[in-house]
Design a protein around this ligand. Structure first.
Ligand code: PBG
Length: 319
C-alpha cells in the first residue's frame, strides 16, 4: 500500500513510483491510500504559521508508522530534515529538473523584467527573498494552493475555481509543472537560472519513505533509488539541518554535477542564506567529487554560520 496526498502533483508522482515498482517487480500490483494533509486543508496562511514543519507529510508518515500503508510518496522538498522516528527514506528516484520557473501572464524573462510595484505571489521566504534581491521594487503577496490554482492566479492555464487571489507573477518548481504536463516553453513561463533563484533542498526529487525495520518493503523499494540523486539531496538536507533551518527558511541550496567539460565526476554545491527583504545574502560554494558532497555541505554550512547565517535565520523566523 502506497500512501499519497490527493493533489494532482502528488498523484502523478505516486503513479510514477507505482509504475517503477511494477517494472522492477513484475507481477506486483501496488495499492493506494489517498489522503488529505493539513497543508492541503489550510490555504489562507503561510505554512510556517499553520504549525510548522512537515504539514504535507505528517499524516502520510503516520499511516506508515501505524502500518496502514507500507510506504509514503512525498516531494522531498516537503520532507523535514528530521524524519519521524522509525522511518527512513528508502528510495529517491532520479531527480527531475531542479529550477524554479517564473510565471507571469503578461510575460517576464526574470525577476528584474517585472515592473516596479508588480505583485509576486508566493508563500516561500526563499523565493520571496531571492526575487527581492533581484528586484527590490516587487511587492510580495501571500499565494498558496496547488500548481493549477497558482497558475490561474497569474492568468495562465485553466481559469481558477473562484480563487480570489490575483497577482502579476508567481514562482513554481519546474519539476512540478513538467510532471503535470505544463511546458516551460509556453508563453508566460521563464526558467530561472540558479544564479537568480537557487532552488530549495531536495527540489525536483521524490522520496519514498517506509519503516526502518520493514526489510521486505525496503528491498522492494531499493531498485527505485538513484544513488547520485540520493547523495545530492542528502548533502543539501544536511546543510539545511546544520544551519538549524527548515523548508520555511530563506535558505537555498543545490548540489549538481558540474557541466563544465573536462571535469568528469565533479560536483558543485551552492548555498545561500538571505534576509527576508533580500538585501543581505550570504553565499557559499564548493566543488568536489561525488564522494565528498556531504563533507562539502558541512563545510559550506560552517562557512555560512561563521558569516552570520544564524542571526539572519533568527531574524527571518521572527518576522
Ligand atoms: N511546497 C510545495 C511543493 N513541493 C514540491 C513542489 C514541486 C515539485 C518538486 O519540487 O519536487 C511544490 C510546488 C512548487 O514549489 O512549485
Amino acid at each position: 500500500m502506497l500512501a499519497s496526498r490527493r493533489s494532482p502533483l502528488a498523484r502523478v508522482q505516486t503513479e510514477a513510483v507505482a509504475a517503477a515498482l511494477r517494472e522492477a517487480w513484475p507481477g506486483l500490483e501496488p495499492a493506494f491510500l489517498w489522503q488529505r494533509s493539513t497543508g492541503d486543508r489550510v490555504l489562507d496562511r503561510p505554512l510556517a504559521d499553520v504549525g510548522g514543519k512537515g504539514l504535507f507529510v505528517k499524516e502520510l508518515d503516520a499511516a506508515v508508522c501505524s502500518g496502514a500503508a507500507a510506504a509514503a510518496v512525498h516531494s522531498l522538498k516537503d520532507v523535514p530534515t528530521r524524519l519521524a522516528p522509525g522511518l527512513v527514506i528508502a528510495a529517491t528516484p532520479r531527480r527531475a529538473p531542479v529550477e524554479d520557473v517564473l510565471l507571469c501572464g503578461a510575460g517576464a524573462a526574470g525577476f528584474s523584467a517585472l515592473p516596479a510595484g508588480a505583485t509576486l505571489g508566493t508563500s516561500s521566504p526563499r523565493r520571496a527573498a531571492q526575487a527581492l534581491r533581484a528586484n527590490p521594487r516587487l511587492r510580495v503577496v501571500l499565494l498558496r494552493g496547488n500548481v493549477g490554482s497558482r497558475r490561474a492566479a497569474v492568468g495562465l492555464g485553466e481559469p481558477g475555481d473562484g480563487s480570489p487571489t490575483r497577482c502579476d507573477a508567481t514562482v513554481l518548481a519546474r519539476a512540478g509543472l513538467e510532471r503535470l504536463g505544463v511546458s516551460v516553453e509556453a508563453p508566460g513561463h521563464a526558467v530561472l537560472p540558479p544564479e537568480e533563484s537557487l532552488p530549495a533542498a531536495g527540489q525536483g526529487a521524490v522520496a519514498v519513505v517506509c519503516r526502518e525495520d520493514d526489510a521486505a518493503t525496503r528491498e522492494r523499494l531499493a531498485p527505485l533509488d538513484d544513488p547520485p540523486t540520493a547523495a545530492a539531496v542528502a548533502a543539501e538536507r544536511a546543510l539545511v539541518h546544520r544551519l538549524g533551518a527548515d523548508c520555511h527558511s530563506p535558505v537555498a541550496v543545490l548540489a549538481a554535477p558540474e557541466a563544465a567539460p573536462g571535469s568528469p565526476g565533479r560536483w558543485r554545491l551552492r548555498a545561500r542564506v538571505l534576509s527576508t527583504d533580500g538585501r543581505r545574502c550570504l553565499a557559499a560554494e564548493r566543488t568536489c567529487d561525488a564522494g565528498r558532497l556531504m563533507a562539502a555541505a558541512e563545510d559550506a554550512a560552517a562557512e555560512l554560520l561563521g558569516a552570520g547565517a544564524a542571526a539572519l535565520l533568527a531574524e527571518a523566523a521572527s518576522a
